[in-house]
Ligand binder design. Structure first.
Ligand SMILES: C[S@@+](CC[C@H](N)C(=O)[O-])C[C@H]1O[C@@H](n2cnc3c(N)ncnc32)[C@H](O)[C@@H]1O
Length: 284
């Protein structure tokens, strides 16, 4: 009989041979998912023998991971800003960099009583749900072009008890139809910003599994920044602020878009790797 420790050791070797990064953590997280426990709890049950059905399921999940299916789609969940989010291939897997975007909004509005926020390209709802959780009087409109993504986002809002303050709407921000709502204090967006050329060179793990419409605008990576900066005047209040996540090489161009659309006090925040990651502009 294979014990928990034997299985982790064998699977780590197998994942390593197949070229999976961080094989030990992957092996542990997949087993923890099967045993419905936290990864660290595995350490307390190293001698526990695995049941036959657990071994069969573990093999299946390891095989999927070896095909470079992202771990988060296999387990169906991800942690973002300390909250749990369900993810499926309909939504982008929330990235740690995006926590900086959310943190920046929270730091700016923590003292304000009421904030009205528009989240453009909500995906799994990670930004909206986290903001609703940490800014308890915020009212949020979250839009996405993908109906399938909105289904997951609504589930995540329910799961994190924030659904009463988030309205999820299907809306194409690149189209000419205006949103019915306006007078927002904040627009926040992590739009698809990978250029068509960079998209071709992305790892298969992203290209084969994550939604293409969440990653790239099929152009120069700036389409959403152009559309959002030019439409923002219709949606933001005076003194309203726009918060963007930006790609590693877009800083100058996005800054120019903001200033040519009358945004003032433009600021850039770097991430922990010292890369320009968040851009803020004020509509004065
Ligand atoms: C980079 S993902 C961001 C997802 C999530 N907000 C996050 O930070 O992880 C971009 C999102 O924009 C959505 N999207 C793509 N084209 C759109 C459009 N024309 N109008 C509105 N949303 C769009 C995608 O479906 C996707 O959910």
């Amino acid at each position: 009989m294979l014990t928990v420790l034997d299985s982790i050791n064998l699977s780590t070797e197998y994942l390593k041979k197949k070229g999976i990064d961080s094989p030990r953590i992957n092996a542990e997280l997949l087993l923890a998912h099967i045993l419905k426990c936290k990864r660290l709890q595995l350490y307390l049950s190293y001698d526990r023998p695995l049941k036959e059905n657990e071994v069969i399921l573990y093999r299946e999940l390891l095989k999927r991971r070896c095909n470079f299916e992202p771990l988060q789609y296999i387990t169906g969940s991800v942690e973002f800003y300390g909250l749990e989010f369900r993810v499926t291939p309909a939504v982008l897997i929330p990235r740690p960099e995006t926590e900086l975007l959310v943190e920046t909004v929270i730091n700016e509005y923590r003292e304000k009583k009421f904030v009205k926020i528009l989240d453009i390209g909500t995906g799994s709802g990670n930004i909206s749900v986290t903001l609703a959780k940490l800014l308890p009087e915020a009212l949020i409109v979250a839009i996405d072009i993908s109906e399938d993504a909105l289904i997951i986002a609504r589930e995540n809002a329910e799961h994190n008890n924030t659904s009463d303050r988030i309205q999820f709407l299907k809306h194409d921000i690149l189209a000419n139809t205006p949103l019915a709502d306006n007078n927002f204090d904040v627009i926040v967006s992590n739009p698809p910003y990978v250029t068509i050329n960079d998209y071709a060179n992305l790892d298969n793990e992203l290209k084969n599994y994550e939604p293409t419409i969440a990653l790239t605008d099929q152009a120069d990576g700036l389409s959403f920044y152009r559309a959002i900066t030019s439409k923002a005047v219709n949606y933001l209040k005076n003194n309203g602020k726009l918060f963007f996540e930006i790609g590693h090489c877009h800083s100058l161009q996005v800054e120019e878009l903001l200033s040519s659309n009358n945004f003032k006090n433009i600021r850039i925040i770097k991430d922990y790797q010292n890369i320009d990651r968040v851009m803020i502009g004020e509509m004065l």
